[in-house]
Ligand binder design. Structure first.
Ligand SMILES: Cc1ncc(COP(=O)(O)O)c(C=O)c1O
Length: 345
């Protein structure tokens, strides 16, 4: 799996099927009677049902391979896509995976706890741990370190993918690649984008994408739709991550700056992983117009944001707006309330 890189570039393994398609959304555009909408299909990255984390994992697994690790450790919400794709990436590199599932949302029904991503985690043969405090990133990372210490005493060579802000954002490099890819596709398709809309959670996707687009000469505004924190906290997080990612990539800090960071929390709702009427509408509209299968935690919220921005009059009818589909559809099957709603319809 591993691949030799230029000595100055961070190590990387290939995991994602790229370039992912960039496609127009004519029926959704017509339905909303707004700008010309397009989608970047990062749900099609391939790794165990796809998603944005495949690109990020190329750099974490690159580090793990370079350090001769034999086990990956990662923490996330019960229906985490990152955790599911990390378990898959470990398998693709001949490693084991320990995953820590945090209580981050008030769901604890059998569907949430056992279906969707959790079913895939089991199928991938990950060793599953639980952690009760889903809002304390540092504590979650510390508990992962304790598991790693135990593994070391057993002669294993663990590599920990940390969630917390105090650890290097290697995954952001994967979204520099995506930003360059979008710039290339825009040029080939002869489209000037007026806006890009993407989920902003840990923020590595948002910050990396922004860095990659700017590095490729694209001045298009990138709007991060908050999925976990409010706009004030998230903007500070993205500004910090942006600088760190530029450093890791060996790019100048002037490539993209705080003025480039736009975040929107109008569609955050009651918080991470919680359904809203706007998300439900977005799931229906995406599937019902373009067969775009979105998810209740990330892309449904981003699509709700995009629909809201269109209705708010943020864009001109002649604008070209790119929605970044970051995957996550397995979580659909973990939401009992969606299953019930469909049964009722
Ligand atoms: C499907 C999906 N989209 C978007 C995101 C947000 O990405 P980031 O954590 O890099 O902000 C995640 C994070 O887990 C995700 O699973």
């Amino acid at each position: 799996m591993s691949q030799k890189q230029h000595p100055n570039l961070p190590p990387r393994v290939r995991l994602a099927h790229t370039p992912t398609p960039l496609e127009p959304l004519p029926y959704l555009s017509a339905r909303l009677d707004g700008p010309n909408l397009f989608v970047k299909r990062d749900d099609c990255t391939g790794l165990a049902m796809g998603g944005n984390k495949a690109r990020q994992l190329e750099y974490y697994l690159g580090q793990a391979v370079a350090q001769s690790a034999d086990t990956i450790l990662i923490t996330g919400a019960v229906q985490s896509n990152f955790v599911r794709q990390a378990a898959a990436a470990a398998r693709k590199c001949g490693m084991d995976c320990h995953i820590q599932l945090e209580d981050r949302v008030p769901h604890n029904d059998a569907t949430y706890m056992g279906s969707g991503n959790v079913l895939l985690d089991h199928l991938l043969g990950a060793t599953i741990h639980t952690f009760p405090e889903g809002e304390d990133e540092a504590a979650a990372d510390a508990n992962l370190e304790a598991i790693a210490d135990t593994l070391r005493t057993q002669g294993r060579r663990p590599y920990v993918i940390h969630l917390g802000i105090d650890h290097p954002p290697w995954g952001g490099l994967g979204y520099i690649d995506a930003g360059r890819e979008i710039a290339q596709q825009a040029q080939t398709m002869d489209i000037d984008f007026n806006a890009v809309v993407v989920a902003t959670g840990s923020g590595l996707t948002h910050a990396g994408l922004l860095a990659g687009l700017r590095a490729a000469g694209q001045r298009v505004p990138v709007y991060g739709v908050c999925v976990r924190r409010d706009a004030v906290q998230q903007k500070a997080r993205i500004e910090r991550r942006l600088g760190e990612i530029l450093d890791l990539a060996g790019l100048s800090r002037d490539t993209a700056t705080a003025q480039d960071v736009h975040v929107e929390d109008t569609w955050l709702g009651p918080g991470y992983g919680r359904m809203t009427d706007e998300i439900r509408e977005a799931l229906d509209l995406g599937a019902g117009t373009e067969a775009l299968i979105l998810d209740p935690v990330y892309t449904g919220k981003v699509m709700a944001g995009l629909i809201g921005m269109v209705r708010r009059g943020d864009f001109k009818k002649t604008d070209n707006v790119l929605f970044v589909h970051t995957g996550g559809s397995p979580a659909l099957f973990g939401y009992e309330e969606l299953n019930k709603a469909v049964a009722r319809d």
